[in-house]
Design a binder for this molecule. Sequence first.
Ligand SMILES: Nc1ncnc2c1ncn2[C@@H]1O[C@H](COP(=O)(O)OP(=O)(O)OP(=O)(O)O)[C@@H](O)[C@H]1O
Length: 572
Amino acid sequence: MQQVLSYLKSYRKWMIAAWLLMFIELIVELWQPLLMEKIIDNGVMAKNFSVVWTWGAVMLGTSLLAFASGIANSFAAAYVGQEYGFLLRKRLFEKIQSFSFADFERFPTASLITRMTNDVTQIQNMVFMSLRIALRAPLLVLFGVVMSFAVHVQLALVCAVTVPLLVAFLLWMMTKAAASFSIVQQALDRVNRVMRENLAGMRLIKAWMRGTYEQKRFMKENEALMERTISALRLVETITPALLLMMNVAVIIILFIGRVDVQSGSATAGQVVAIVNYTTRITAALSMFTFITMAFSRAKASAERVADVLRVNVDVEDAQQATDKVSGQGEVRFEHVSFRYPNSRALVLKDISFVVHPHETVAILGATGSGKSSLLQLIPRLYDPVAGRVMIDGVDVRHIKQEQLRAFIRFVPQEVLLFSGTIAENIRFGNEHASMEEIIQAAKHAQIHDTIMKFPDGYDTVIGQRGVNLSGGQKQRLSIARALVGMPKILLLDDSTSALDLKTEAKLLRALKAYTCTTLIVTQKIQTAMEADTIFLLDDGKLLAKGSHDELLEKSEIYRKIVESQFGKKGT
Ligand SMILES: Nc1ncnc2c1ncn2[C@@H]1O[C@H](COP(=O)(O)OP(=O)(O)OP(=O)(O)O)[C@@H](O)[C@H]1O
């Protein structure tokens, strides 16, 4: 909470201004019943209308002052709230940009979105309320009681006894309400989860005709949310009427005692009105307090969720002695590398050593789950190994500045992600300075140029929700074009040609030779592997064998079996 609130420091002047304005409002509010007393006793009762006019004018003037202060306070509070929210979202965004893959596993995407939007809004609301009413409400209660004693001690006692009763009642209700709202929050999380899964899996749901089942699942969670919200709101909604009832009882008691006192001459009518006025103001402040406490308890939970993200120590950080002086030839070396994912105990890569020479093409072959993608991800340092070292051009990747490292390497992940925008913009993502000629050249090598030219708008075709949808193979080729336009020294393709037919794939692999880069291709297909200079055979996280196709046929039983399963007994 402290860390999240520390960003408020930049708005110190505005906050002080807001509080000063709030104090003006508070003073006027506390003064008004005294003015009323004066007008009634010295003006109305004494039939002295000049007193009524004079103090009436003062009352009007101070009311206008309080009104102006209130508006200015709202402006200042809204300004601080919005600016602070902006800053908090910015910090969160920057932090998330610096996350390693391991951090993304700790925080699911949907949760990060909620933290950046809903949670920040809750904290913003709390900041606004703190500047607008949070201090005013308790101060009004406290000084309201003090002032009523200054007016008339005996009548003020009724007020002084009522206030603790009201506070005790409020605290009791609020504890119950807080528990109910946390149940509502859990129900809301479940509705969100079902909705998220439903939207993400819409194609599957339609293809499998699971619409009715999904609808029932959603309805169940939706009904639970409705019921829990209703019962939580019922509780909260009884708070204000109950407070009003208690206040009315207190007012009746004050009027009753006041009548006796006025008759006996120990109190004036003006004093009775003033005490009644303080009591109603105090009750209004207390009911305001209910909402403030609710907002605070929600904001506290939100602030903790936001702080969790801000507190993350970025796992993969540049070492102090990190260098950007790497020759850039493109040699990749693994020395006794072992790796496990941060959230699991089992090693997925075990004592792997190899060298890939500059400009060499290596295919990484292996059964599903054997560790091929994991191996690739260690090269651009998306994760760090738990033992051994990954080196590029003789330098441990942990000692290379990440900016430099990622400028050398273009990694095409298994899951293709294209951004909304035009085809040209998507390719340019790989190199923001690329000219149109370079974009076309990359697209040609990735074997996607002809397809693009068939679209009426060519490279300006908008893709994604607002435009055309591309096939799996077209998306893969586009993401390869995006990598090629960056003119990488090291190209990492994670099963990026799996959706291509053999002819197109062969053309693409041949075109890659125009780029004098070191290439590592993860693949399941022998045909693809045979295009490479060397094949690495991975099995259960171990590098089982390496060599050319013929060498592996000779020395690896497992390789022979894979070949047989894809080509039959003959071998090729
Ligand atoms: N983010 C992750 N967290 C924990 N374990 C993971 C994670 N990603 C992969 N694994 C595990 O690591 C092992 C190797 O996975 P990897 O994706 O590297 O295999 P692969 O050979 O590329 O498989 P495929 O050919 O199916 O893509 C698997 O057992 C997998 O369950």
